[in-house]
Design a protein around this ligand. Structure first.
Ligand SMILES: [Zn+2]
Length: 405
């Protein structure tokens, strides 16, 4: 047995099917941190000014961050933490998945993907992002990538403060013509290309979310966002000026195949045009949480569980609340990662808690990965507080068998 294989097996046994993960902080050189993800105030620039501020924490990630030549060796990759008789050992979740295969992520997902094909993150930006698009599979494949669906949920626990612009532009105004958009794209290097004049923004509400299918333009607002997504980093930026910051032209052509760089028709082909100009975009993409079962029945058992991201085939997410003083056993048909948002207690063999401040590099007991077998057998969660609920967010891979809305 290889060393990796041994550590992965021992970690899974020690956690009775639940792996503990280490906080996975990611800086972005083009972003200003919103400072809502519990990192110590001195640590938002822990990687140095040149790398930019830390405004993301990635969950259950087997996807490396694409942060240019200065990117750290395991940046973006989640680590499993394992206690070996008092010595803390670590192994990448990616390696654990390769070693444990279906025993961790379930045969269904292993056979189809031979990897864990999603991750989630907190995205915590003080300002708004430029109007951009994630390619659909057919366009992403031209550069050897996968298309990228993503979704947003705005957890109340990290959104007492909404940042500079808590509104998100989605799509284009119904009736917008391709000629109008073409003009904006051709003006990209002329300062403000005014693309958001062709769009409209939605006020973001804590406790709700949005689905963002690939091919849909979106300019994310500044709420702190829990963001499950397919494992891919494909995108192109169509807005040239956001707030006071100019967007470099190379980002307009990012992930355009070489032979089409400079061809504005390609940028328009990338868009799902019908969806972008759809007058019912809100109806299609807005997500009000939906109880998983009858709320009365769940409450009687001591918990409330809601679907928070449920419109994508590529992933789904739930918010689980365990009421004060309650012990519950919750079953899921699929493996999942989770992050604690509130409260403390135990989950299976593990302590779970919600630190209020985390130093860069410090370990926590707020993030885990639950194997399919453990999820299906039922995970026992005990809330040790008489007053404070436990609230956790759970992110699942593609085709969750429990998702039948
Ligand atoms: Zn996006």
């Amino acid at each position: 047995m290889s060393n990796h294989s041994q550590i992965a097996q021992q970690a899974l046994e020690q956690g009775k099917g639940i792996l503990r993960l280490a906080p996975n902080w990611v800086p972005r050189s083009f972003c200003v941190p919103g400072r809502r993800i519990k990192l110590h105030p001195d640590d938002y620039y822990a990687l140095g000014g040149e790398r930019g501020g830390i405004d993301e924490r990635w969950f259950s990630s087997t996807t490396p961050a694409d942060n240019g030549p200065l990117t750290g060796e395991i940046e973006g990759l989640s680590e499993v933490v394992f206690d070996d008789n008092g010595t803390t050992r670590r192994i990448l979740l990616r390696e654990a998945v390769q070693e444990l295969k279906g025993d961790l992520i379930g045969e269904r997902i292993w056979k189809a993907h031979e990897s864990w094909p999603m991750y989630s993150k907190f995205f915590d930006n003080k300002g708004a992002l430029p109007h951009h698009v994630h390619h659909r599979d057919k366009h992403a494949r031209l550069t050897g990538q996968n298309g990228k669906p993503e979704a947003y949920y705005f957890p109340p626990q990290v959104n007492n403060y909404g940042g500079d612009f808590p509104y998100t532009f989605f799509g284009l105004n119904p009736g917008t013509t391709k000629e109008q958009l073409m003009e904006c794209l051709k003006n990209f290097t002329e300062g403000d290309n005014k693309i958001t004049n062709l769009s409209r923004a939605q006020r973001l509400q804590p406790g709700t979310g949005w689905d963002v299918p690939p091919g849909l333009l979106h300019a994310p607002g500044s709420l702190c966002t829990y963001e499950p997504q397919k494992a891919s980093d494909v995108f192109a930026m169509y807005q040239s000026l956001v707030g006071d910051a100019i967007v470099p032209e190379e980002l307009l052509w990012k992930d355009t195949p070489e032979d089409r760089v400079g061809d504005y028709d390609f940028l328009i082909e990338v868009l799902d045009w019908e969806l972008n100009v759809d007058g019912n975009l809100q109806e299609k993409c807005f997500m009000e949480p939906v109880p998983v079962e009858s709320p009365e029945q769940m409450k009687a058992q001591g918990y409330i569980e809601k679907w928070i991201c449920y419109k994508s085939e590529a992933f789904s997410a739930k918010e689980l609340t365990v009421l004060p003083g309650q012990s519950v056993t919750v079953k899921d048909a699929a493996a999942y990662g989770m992050i604690m948002m509130q409260g403390h207690g135990t989950m299976g063999e593990w302590k779970i808690e919600t630190p209020s401040l985390i130093r860069f590099g410090q370990l926590t007991h707020d993030e885990y990965f639950v194997s399919e077998q453990a999820a299906a057998g039922g995970v026992e969660i005990v809330n040790h507080s008489a007053t404070d609920p436990i609230v956790m967010l759970k992110h699942f891979g593609p085709g969750n068998p429990d998702l039948n809305l």
